[in-house]
Design a protein around this ligand. Structure first.
Ligand SMILES: [Cu+2]
Length: 178
């Protein structure tokens, strides 16, 4: 029995020494679906709002229609900065095949707003809040509601679609029914 316990401990130690990529693979992943009804009249990210820990990998998966996931950031078509200023922007480009995926790992706490390029006018946007469950982050909401006059305006349908920070903090995940 003792010997078996020792072996088990040794195994754990070895696992700890293994390549960082192996440890990464077991880190948190959260999936967001890119959806559409048959006519393409209704398009949405599901869940539209999520609360995650730092180092979470967000994986977007396309189910229907054609979509992008694109961060609100000046590098993306001169859009307003609506992700933490030190975070790297992302743009998936057009995703067309059901099942295709795009991943981003978010490390910096804060609010991340993003949109779908062909459907921003239709209000296809999402919001991710990255926050530690313990302790407070003074910079967490630094860009919340930021509007820059020299950037692309956020269409009113998109502005209306964002779930509030308070609601995301309370519910952790805000789903949209088909
Ligand atoms: Cu879309």
């Amino acid at each position: 029995m003792q010997r078996r316990q020792l072996l088990a401990t040794g195994g754990l130690l070895l696992a700890g020494l293994a390549a960082p990529s192996i440890i990464r693979a077991s880190s948190r992943v959260l999936e967001i679906e890119m959806r559409s009804d048959i006519e393409g009249a209704k398009v949405w990210f599901d869940p539209i709002g999520v609360l995650v820990e730092p180092e979470t990998t967000i994986r977007w998966i396309i189910r229907e229609n054609v979509h992008t996931t694109t961060a609100y950031h000046p590098e993306n078509n001169n859009h307003a900065l609506r992700i933490p200023s030190k975070a790297k922007p992302w743009d998936s480009g057009y995703m067309v095949n059901p099942g295709d995926q795009f991943e981003v790992t978010l490390t910096i706490p804060g609010v991340y707003d993003y949109y779908c390029a062909p459907h921003e006018e239709a209000g296809m946007v999402g919001r991710i809040i990255v926050a530690r469950t313990s302790g407070s982050d003074p910079d967490l909401f630094e860009n919340y509601g930021a509007q820059s006059p020299d950037r692309e305006a956020i269409p009113s349908e998109a502005q209306k679609a964002f779930p509030s920070i308070e609601e995301i903090m309370r519910r952790k995940s805000i789903e949209i029914s088909a």
